[in-house]
Design a binder for this molecule. Structure first.
Ligand SMILES: [Zn+2]
Length: 478
């Protein structure tokens, strides 16, 4: 995976900064960088002589992270790299200008100090002692972020997520564009919490002191109706409910969180089910579970029979991927990574083979939900004659399908996103299997389906590409 470094291109064109190449160590290699989420841990406040300690600290962050859900289940979707950037002095600035009490119960206070470090990390940012950030007030944050991006561009341009690991035993961290963590006991937890902000767009589940930071998000809302709240599929499961926020003085606020003990509230707790689901959705946005497939040439001439067709999948642990193989509109095989086609399977003329891969993890409850579900497909078009296979063309397509609102009273909105998506055939069926409506949907415009005429009840909606069923959802007509 790769981010666009447009800002960087602009900077380079001005010749402001020359390339700086540092040692990069691979801490975890699951696969090719363009097919994984690349987490980059960068040292801050470590002198050259301390860079071995940095690798020890970064390895602990990486190792502990992949023991915790949902990183543990999706460990093979991540690579982790450490960039060894030396600083002239150790630690982080501590101006002593914050007014909140020190976190002295969980870590020792560092003395008031100013140290010369590469990214100028400092405690007391924005007036909060434990807010460890690369600028005291954000006034020059753009400059530091440009510096971080230069280090990334020169050393690991394929990055997806960044943690600046600061050589300090004193508790602190921040989750801006680049996550930051101290290097002490809770470093893996702080790194996960802050990365959950910067990579997964999760919100703190404690109430922010700055109320303008209270916004709608995956794990924060003002909606109190359990039938409408965005995590409605989880209500009553694993402690998920609708819990009202209070400020530090115990005053109730018109904002709600899904759980009472989530890592987004306190770093030493686990992520709640709603946050895990949001993180997995983002993982699926970034990485297709179909790493490769064969045959994969655009045109393959005269392959011999039997024809072996194979997927290479990036599997969660335990494997929750399902696969459905459809040949010429009929189910051919389920939940296998490879199939073999013989002459009796093929008809003369054009044959269409499609495999549809879903993640069926119990950590996802996105069906019937306004969140999108991800569908990954490969379609092979096989031209076959009495002489054998003439050619095979293959094409992959990733779809993200969403449906809202649900329950619906009059207009159901359908949206299909993804590259290479063509028109999908859509059927609405009763639970008994009777087809009620049929239509087509393209990925460009989406579709507003009038359902005024349906009687109240539960319906199935099926999506087909190349005559293969790629997704099926339920919705409730009110
Ligand atoms: Zn949560």
């Amino acid at each position: 995976m790769k981010r666009h470094l447009l800002f960087l291109v602009f900077l380079c064109s001005l010749n402001l900064i020359s390339a700086q190449v540092f040692d990069v160590e691979t801490l975890k290699l699951s696969g090719s960088k363009d097919k994984r989420i690349n987490l980059v841990i960068i040292s801050e406040g470590y002198q050259s002589s301390e860079l071995n300690q940095f690798i020890t600290d970064a390895s602990k962050v990486s190792n502990d992270m992949f023991l915790e859900s949902p990183f543990s289940e999706y460990a093979d979707y991540f690579n982790v790299f450490a960039i060894k950037v030396p600083s002239n002095e150790s630690g982080a600035d501590h101006p002593g200008t914050s007014t909140d009490p020190l976190e002295s119960t969980i870590s020792p206070a560092v003395p008031i100090q100013t140290v010369d470090t590469y990214f100028n990390a400092t405690y007391d940012s924005f007036g909060f002692h434990r807010l460890l950030y690369y600028e005291i007030d954000g006034a020059n944050a753009n400059n530091t972020e440009a510096k971080i991006m230069m280090v990334l561009a020169d050393n690991l341009p394929e990055y997806d997520a960044v943690v600046l690991l600061v050589n300090s035993d004193e508790y602190g961290g921040s989750g801006g564009n680049f996550a930051m963590s101290y290097s002490g006991f809770y470093a893996p937890d702080v790194a996960m919490h802050e990365m959950a902000h910067s990579l997964f767009s999760l919100i703190d589940e404690y109430f922010p002191i700055d109320e303008t930071l209270a916004v709608e998000g995956i794990n924060m809302t003002q909606e109190t109706d359990p039938n409408l709240v965005k995590w409605k599929n989880w209500i009553g499961i694993d402690g998920v409910g609708i819990y009202q926020h209070e400020d530090d003085d115990g005053n109730p606020k018109p904002w709600y969180r899904p759980h009472q003990s989530c890592k987004m509230r306190r770093v030493d707790w686990d992520f709640c089910a709603v946050c895990k689901e949001g993180m997995i959705e983002k993982i699926h946005d970034l990485v297709s579970p179909i790493e490769a497939f064969t045959p994969n040439n655009i045109t393959v001439n005269n392959p011999t029979l039997p024809l072996d067709v194979e997927l290479t999948l990036i599997k969660p642990i335990p494997n929750t991927l399902t696969s459905q193989w459809t040949l010429n509109g009929s189910n051919f095989a389920n939940d296998v990574d490879d199939i073999s086609l013989t002459s009796t399977d093929l008809t003369e003329g054009t044959n269409t083979l499609t495999v549809v891969v879903h993640d069926d993890s119990s950590l996802l409850k996105v069906d019937n939900h306004d969140m999108s579900s991800h569908v990954y497909t490969v379609t092979w078009t096989i031209n076959y004659s009495s002489l054998g296979i003439e050619d095979i063309q293959s094409e992959r397509a990733d779809y993200s399908i969403s449906l809202y609102p649900n329950p619906v009273s009059s207009i159901l909105n359908l949206k299909v996103e993804g590259a290479n998506t063509e028109e999908l055939k859509v059927d609405i069926l009763s639970l008994e299997g009777k087809t009620i409506k049929k239509f087509r949907i393209s990925n460009v415009s989406g579709e507003r389906v009038i359902v005024d005429d349906l009687s109240q009840g539960i319906y199935l909606i099926n999506f087909y590409a190349n005559n293969a069923l790629i997704d099926s959802k339920e919705f409730v007509k009110q």
